[in-house]
Design a protein around this ligand. Structure first.
Ligand SMILES: [Zn+2]
Length: 252
């Protein structure tokens, strides 16, 4: 059975001397692994398909057995966008690698999600000209976490349900996945690994990541300490949901 998919190359690895397996995040099927036979041969014209972040249209065929540790085999296709701009500058390429690594570590094969595909596509469009790159990247990570269904409670205390007013600092409870007020914290016996002090400014920024579009996020002026705090929080929060360790850490 043939099918045609549009997707981004997340990574690729050698399977044997001439063959490769590529992981693609596609619009039609979500994440898929595709076997590329003889792609390492000098005569193959398809090796350029497999640069990370390249947008491709592939004809793939489902394999009857999984001898290759993959479900599909490459049967033809074309490059839609080489995304060269994402590889020209070292800083942008580093962000590109972080995005691809994160998508791979947070998704499972054949879990179709068009919103995730379009979020990745939009992030790549933004990345090549973005000035506020760190904040836009953190917003991408947080939105991707939301699309995976792992949204934390940020609007009220997860214990007493009171709204978060008139205080500068709160705690995040990694067990109940939400903010706890200082009153409730006194009644809990959370270890340092289970809680993190978090400022109201950091909580407000996280909420903006959900509410604002990319153009608005690009224009936000955020203090370095708040960026560092949000970056640390997101990295720690992510650890609950990754199915393998990240190769690139979220915070710098
Ligand atoms: Zn409370």
């Amino acid at each position: 059975m043939y099918c045609i998919i549009n997707g981004f190359v997340i990574n690729r690895k050698n399977f044997s001397e001439y063959d490769k397996i590529a992981t693609i995040y596609s619009l039609q099927l979500g994440k898929v692994k595709v076997f590329f036979k003889s792609v390492n041969k000098i005569t193959s014209k398809f090796i350029s398909f497999l640069e990370p972040a390249t947008e491709v249209e592939l004809q793939i065929v489902k394999l009857k057995n999984k001898n290759y540790d993959t479900t599909f085999k490459f049967a033809g296709g074309k490059v839609l966008n080489f995304n060269d701009k994402l590889r020209e500058n070292f800083k942008i390429y580093e962000y590109t690698c972080r995005i691809l690594d994160l998508v791979d570590a947070l998704t499972f094969e054949c879990g179709k999600d068009e919103n995730k595909f379009f979020l990745i596509k939009r992030m790549f469009d933004f990345l090549d000209h973005n000035k506020n790159i760190e904040v836009v990247f953190l917003a991408f990570v947080f939105r991707f976490i939301k699309l995976c269904g792992y949204m934390p409670e940020l609007n009220k205390c997860v214990k007493c349900k009171s709204s978060l007013n008139n205080k500068f600092y709160f705690y995040f409870d990694f067990i109940d996945k939400g903010i706890v007020c200082s009153e409730c914290l006194k009644t809990l016996a959370l270890s340092d690994l289970e809680k993190l002090k978090i400022s109201l400014s950091a909580i407000e920024l996280l909420k903006k990541f959900y509410k604002l579009n990319a153009e608005e996020i690009e224009k936000l002026k955020v203090d370095t300490e708040v960026i560092d705090e949000v970056s640390k929080f997101i990295f720690l929060y992510l650890q609950n949901y990754l199915h393998r360790p990240l190769r690139y850490e979220v915070n710098f």
